[in-house]
Design a protein around this ligand. Sequence first.
Ligand SMILES: *Cc1c(COP(=O)(O)O)cnc(C)c1O
Length: 782
Amino acid sequence: MILYLLLLVTNDPFFKKFVLDKGVSPFAGWPGKKSAKTMLHINQGQHLKLITKTFVSLTHFKANRHLKLILPRTFAFTELRKTWFSTQPLLGNKNIILMGPPGAGKTTVGKIIGQKLDCVVIDVDNDILETTWNMTVAEKLKDVGNEQFLEEEGKALLNFNASGAVISLSGSNPMHEATMQHLKKNGIIVYLDVPVIDIINRLNLMKIDRIVGQNSGMPLKEILKYRKKFYKKWYDIRIFCEDGASTEVVADKVFDAVKRYRDVDSETFVSTRCKFRHPEERVTPKYFSDAVIEGLASDGGLFVPRKEFPKLSCLEWKSLVGATYVERAQVILERCIHPVDIPASRLGEMIETAYGENFACSKIAPVRHLSGNQFILELFHGPTGSFKDLSLQLMPHMFAHCIPRTCNYLILVATSGDTGSAVLNGFSRLTGSDKQRIAAVTFFPEDGISGFQKEQIIGSQKENGWAVGVKSDFDFCQTAIKKMFNDSDYTGFLTVEYGTALSSANSINWGRLLPQVIYHASAYLDLVNQGFISFGSQVDVCIPTGNFGNILSAVYAKMMGIPFRKFICASNQNHVLTDFIKTGLYDLRQRKLVQTFSPSIDILKSSNLERHLHFVTDRDGKLMTKLFHQLESQQHFQLEKILVEKLQQDFIADWCSEENCLAAINSTYHTSGYILDPHTAIAKVVADRVQDKTCPVILASTAHYSKFAPAIMQALKIKEINQTSSSQLCLLSSYNALPPPHEALLERTKQQDPKYHICAPDVNILKDHVETLIQTHFMKVF
Ligand SMILES: *Cc1c(COP(=O)(O)O)cnc(C)c1O
């Protein structure tokens, strides 16, 4: 008998039972509630297939081998959730610590919450500092000066201990590192985020004279801005205090937010194909992190949140009207991602990294008036020129945070266009150890994408990202990847041999869908900010649609409280979706994919549609299973009339021919001096035809026109002499049209193309290549 050592870090009941059923005797007993190291005896030659729902499968133990197997997913978050806090009512022995600028209402709000919870209320200024020093804070500040004051203030708190209390900090406490470390150990730090302008107004009324730094001549506005950095560093919960909110309202918000924070099981995900009405009783809960790492649910469905989307109040939205894209993103995503998955302050940092200098426009996703009631939402200012950047500049950071520390991840995606370069670019922006343990490979059809797209994908290769041309079509690439994921021998081998798991980043991933909600909401707020509408009036959106992700995130923005009216789905000649929305019949029979000028919506199986149907059918998982199995086996399904009508309440759809697409590019250029990319042109044609002009309509411009230069040249009737994509791009740039040239794309064409690998259309060859990439990139873990 050979002894194999398995380090099992799991409490997955399925997994335990499976191994026990196989007659494997645990050496040290199975871990109970706690995960533990466990030794197993396995007889030589015995084949043990371990499959967790997440990713690990391991077969064919080789003889004489010491295996150290770590099953990361099941462990990391379940355990974390259990130990997150004690199960006491709201506070347990934790403190609620209120932090915020002077004048934010910390003291008053603290008192209200204290009453509500019937617990001790401590005001740092009055109860600690002034009693310790035996003088007022203002006197002390005058006495010792700014720096000394901060030091003494910090010291006074270091010896302070409380539990189950509400503590209102002073405005300057957060600037003292050690104090905050000390307080954070036993407290939930709640940041009362009040707009700077409101604070200045309040302070002027209150005639406050005890603000550190106030006497230095620095304008109050600068002091407050400077402090914001510290607040952002420490908070666990941000309470967004909109203009004019009363202290009672703020206190209620704090209360609700703390409740959410402590209820780690409150925000779970289910598969669209989940059969149970109350899945929490039947299936292991899935969290945001699981949804991001796993992508697809094990039953083939897509993950959706079990609860409704969080809603922002009208006042809250209004106070975001003047906010930047980053600020809007932070507020929106904090509501949608539970802090146990990603702590709010960490999420805030990720958002700042994602939407910064890498975008050519500081507004990230600006809205531009086109003509009449039509507005263009420019989603192409990211580094690779399509709207995919808006999610893929952020998603890799969330992914890196969610995965367990013990494992490497290789992201596999198949691409026929914009996804490939956006994925490679997004993941290449990871830094440090994240970059060492997460890499990406994109497979593209070697002869099936445009010259420029190919150059772009190849040119996006970085030290942790590779492009692989496959001598076949897109479908082959897609199927090959699926086969790799489903081959448990292969994935198990990669896990054991290289400590590497496979994952995906395609458009059904929740981590890609969610960031798209931001720009739809942001576009609406921009229309308010620019004075075109007032908050509350209705607006339509019109979106060139393929996999239904972009348009679905607009629906989610509406669920969060943005008053969108109609969602207009624009298709090209591959108009299966339009037909479906019009008739309820999703029919692939006799439908052949045709190549168009708008290749990114040349799609017949619109994967995210399942999420919307799940919603329309009131979460009928059984029906979803039936419909989508039927689509698989019989190539069509029909939705019931009553449901079709429900769908049509929100959706309008139409399609645009190739001819009309080019004509729209031409006429828009000649009337407005604006060049539409072919996808945006599809949206424009459809909006012209079906939108009733009783309210504004936002056309989603999903790509920069220079990505599709040949179509644009044809539309504008520009004769080209030189056929290279770089010369085409330069020529188009010389037109001085709007939007301005995309610098990053222009740069791209000037660079020499690096090498890339080409594979024959054989899954085994792709597998070998993936293994080689893993071998050379990841440090061996075992
Ligand atoms: C991906 C893509 C689309 C389709 O978006 P979905 O979310 O799949 O509907 C449209 N236009 C462009 C330019 C794209 O890259």
